[in-house]
Design a protein around this ligand. Structure first.
Ligand code: ATP
Ligand code: MG
Ligand code: MG
Ligand code: MG
Length: 481
């Protein structure tokens, strides 16, 4: 089944169960406290918190999500995308635990010819809060899940809340057992959610209690909510990689074509070398994520969402370079990603001229930055190594500062590129220099006002200009550090 069909099947199923089908909210979060939409429930927060009445008792969606906290996992685990799609079904004071468990079981285990996903029920495992007897009954006596496949966990492992007094409740997380090839049996009931064998596919959150004050999960439960809600999230890409018989979410139809193109560009083969494989998966993830983020109106910049986008593009471009391809990469990769995504998001095709302009422009700018600073960085790294002796090599803060100030290398780029060569950066000294620079700028502004010019900054520029390097400090400032 194509990912687009799995997505549609979700909507068809919950539509047939009287859910209002709500289109995805944009990636730019409708909730101002977060940059990006990170879960399917985000657009429904007021209905879940009860601050606004829900317009419908039941809803379902396939929500576009970005999770920047998963970026470091991308390409290394089987299951984390920066961009991904979260299938969700929601009940606002309507059905509760038993209903949600019955829907999940039916959709997952009904044969594909009958409109389900056709998973073998004997491969499903569920983690529950150890005091959640209602869900336990619904799972065992209700839908017939093997009681040995239920893992009961204490509150700190399996409880949702907003971090403050208000609604809270237990979760039921569904996992798929990929088989002994991927790890040991869950003897004694530990499904090792971080491992490869038991893949978390669907989280059901039962919004049941009113919680009081308390740190972490150590708060009292004051009673049951008057309007209980259901909020669920299932990873579309995770379901897709299982149903498509792939090893991970980067190999599904919506992602893998970019990896194939990277193979063609670089002449390297996916599956031949683990380090290259990670890079190829990072490229595919980041290109797709950038496509979706630009599609929703974000432009590269030095802060907030724009900076996340900038980093995605830069990391993708650098990963392709590290795979041995030096020419412009996005004009070859972005159209491939758009083609793979357009079945579910036709607006990517109609808006592609605008989207690609933004992406290609950013790649060009970054290529200029790299051309200006890479040699300087390599020299500094070489020096750090030579001076290190028996100690771990450290690049001086002053050099990181020069790279930032003169060549437009943001500190995270310097950190990443130095780390690739086994060198750390004295970030503390770098930040002190940044603070001093800010201080100087303030003093200059003050001097201008009072008419007493401080010429130190000007002298600095003079000596740069006298040197053999091109001064790029004005056009390439990357102030997000
Ligand atoms: P994990 O433990 O694997 O990081 P999670 O517990 O953080 O997942 P939830 O917050 O429970 O995930 O989100 C609901 C569902 O969304 C998950 O069960 C999973 O199927 C999917 N999901 C979460 N994060 C990602 C991601 N970065 N990429 C792809 N799918 C994801
Ligand atoms: Mg997670
Ligand atoms: Mg989890
Ligand atoms: Mg979860």
């Amino acid at each position: 089944m194509r990912t687009a069909d799995i997505r549609q099947r979700w909507l068809d199923y919950f539509g047939s169960k009287d859910h209002e089908l709500v289109p995805s909210a944009p990636l730019v979060s409708p909730d101002p406290s977060i940059l990006f939409t990170i879960a399917g429930m985000v657009p429904f927060i007021p209905y879940i918190l009860g601050t606004e009445p829900a317009p419908w008792p039941r809803a379902a969606s396939v929500q576009k999500c970005i999770r920047t906290n998963d970026i470091e996992n991308v390409g290394r685990t089987t299951r984390h995308g920066t961009f991904f799609q979260m299938n969700g079904n929601f009940s606002f004071g309507d059905y509760f635990k038993t209903g949600a468990i019955e829907f999940a079981w039916e959709l997952l285990t009904t044969a594909q010819e009958q409109g389900g996903y056709g998973f073998d029920g004997d491969r499903l495992w569920v983690t529950l809060w150890n005091e959640d007897h209602e869900s336990y009954e619904a799972l065992t006596r209700g839908v017939g899940l093997d009681p040995k496949h239920i893992v009961r966990l204490p509150r700190h492992e399996n409880f949702w809340d907003t971090g403050q007094p208000g609604p809270a409740g237990p979760c039921a997380e569904w996992h798929y057992d990929r088989g002994p090839k991927y790890g040991p049996d869950a003897v004694g009931g530990d499904v090792d959610p971080g491992g490869d064998r038991y893949l978390e596919i669907w989280n059901l959150v039962f919004d049941q209690f009113v919680r009081g004050e308390g740190a972490g999960k150590d708060y009292p439960l004051l009673g049951e909510l008057e309007h209980k809600s259901i909020d669920t999230g299932a990873g579309l890409e995770r379901i897709a990689f299982l149903l498509q018989g792939k090893e991970n979410m980067y190999e599904i139809d919506e992602v893998f074509p970019v990896i194939s193109t990277v193979e063609e560009l670089t002449g390297r083969r996916y599956g031949a070398n683990p380090e290259d494989d990670v890079r190829m998966r990072v490229v595919a993830d980041h290109v797709r994520s950038a496509l979706m983020v630009i599609g929703d109106g974000v432009r590269p910049s030095n802060e907030g969402r724009g900076y996340v986008l900038r980093r995605l593009i830069r990391r993708a471009v650098r990963a392709v370079r590290l795979l041995g391809y030096d020419a412009e990469a996005l004009p070859a990769l972005l159209p491939v990603s758009m083609d793979a995504m357009k079945a579910s998001y036709p607006e990517l095709e109609t808006g592609f001229a605008r989207i690609s302009d933004v992406a290609y422009g950013e790649e060009e700018a970054f290529r200029r930055t790299l051309a200006a600073g890479t040699t300087i960085l390599d020299v500094a790294v070489g020096k750090a190594k030579a001076q290190a002796g028996a100690q771990a090599p450290v690049l001086r803060g002053a050099e990181a500062f020069q790279l930032h100030d003169t060549y437009g290398f943001p500190i995270d780029l310097t950190l990443e590129m130095a780390a690739e060569q086994g060198v750390q950066v004295d970030e503390k000294a770098f930040r002190e220099l940044m603070a001093e620079q800010k201080q100087r700028a303030r003093a200059d502004a003050l001097a201008k006002k009072t008419g007493h010019a401080d010429l130190r900054a000007y002298e600095g520029i003079q000596s740069e200009l006298a040197g053999p390097v091109e001064f790029l400090g004005y056009t390439h400032t990357d102030s997000a550090v």
